[in-house]
Write a protein that binds this ligand. Structure first.
Ligand code: NAD
Length: 253
């Protein structure tokens, strides 16, 4: 299936590793020019090399989504180098684990900046041009915790569900201008983040056995779903939060 996005410009934040890098690769494979952002210059440079293998124009910007000035700067630089952003994949690292009574107010502040306001600022920065040009795709990356209150993930449960609320609301407001907004909720995916949380390979394998598909997911399996939602082929999909969790969630709706 041709996703119909060849030649589009995609911006992927948190794009130097894991799910963000996988989404950037899927989009580049479909013919998008891609701008990736992250905080670590060496890792960002490595990501650029990997992405250049797809033969499209790749640009990288050092940026921390927690920085209130980053979104506008990144979007402007992408426009200057690649053209106006057609596709935004709003992604970053997740908040720390912990129960409600373990999180300090400072932890809340960081989680809200990184995982809620960082996304809102990026959307603010790309939306006017998407609307005036009559085409745009926004895909947020959250977690299963956007739908289900997961134990020991107080900050994630609160900020991810807030993003899902933003997506549902915005999707209704901007679809008439050709801009579609959706959210992806990964389950357990084999990335550095998951490996940091698990103690060793056996713990990961055991975790995978609890998933109906029988294993932990691969970052590319999320990246391809992101590319589909960002595509012309998903032109009647709007405002949803889609699980990519191998069937782990028991929630029906
Ligand atoms: P990862 O740690 O492997 O990669 C995160 C990427 O974001 C890296 O490129 C990192 O440099 C970048 N990043 C982190 N904080 C940033 C910031 N403040 N500003 C800019 N870039 C930043 O993580 P991942 O597993 O790919 O996860 C991506 C998102 O998906 C996270 O929000 C994570 O919580 C969520 N998620 C992951 C899983 C999983 O099992 N891996 C499950 C559910 C949700």
């Amino acid at each position: 299936m041709d996703l119909g996005i060849s030649g589009k410009v995609a911006l992927v934040t948190g794009g130097s590793a894991g799910i963000g890098l996988a989404a950037a690769k899927s989009l580049a494979r479909e013919g998008c020019d891609v701008c990736v952002t992250a905080r670590n210059p060496e890792r960002l440079a490595d990501a650029v090399v990997e992405l250049q293998e797809f033969g499209k124009v790749v640009h990288a910007v050092l940026a921390d989504v927690e920085d209130p000035t980053a979104a506008r700067r990144v979007v402007e630089e992408t426009r200057d180098v690649l053209g106006p952003v057609d596709i935004l994949v709003a992604n970053a690292g997740g908040p720390p684990r912990g129960r409600f009574d373990e999180a300090t107010l400072a932890d809340w502040d960081v989680a809200v900046q990184r995982n809620l306001l960082g996304t809102v600022r990026l959307i603010h920065a790309v939306l006017p041009e998407m609307r005036s040009r009559g085409w745009g795709r926004i895909v947020t990356i959250t977690s299963r915790s956007a739908r289900e209150a997961l134990d020991g993930l107080a900050l994630s449960n609160a900020t991810r569900s807030a993003v899902a609320g933003v997506v549902r609301t915005l999707a209704r407001e901007v679809a008439g201008d050709g801009v579609l907004v959706n959210n992806v909720m990964p389950g357990p995916i084999d990335t550095e983040r998951l490996r940091e949380l698990a103690e060793d390979e056996d713990v990961l394998a055991e975790r995978g056995k609890g998933v109906p598909v029988g294993r932990i997911g691969r970052a590319e399996e999320v990246g391809d779903v992101v590319a589909f939602l960002a595509s012309e082929r998903a032109s009647y999909v709007n405002g949803i939060s889609m699980l990519v969790d191998g069937g782990e969630s028991r929630v029906i709706a």
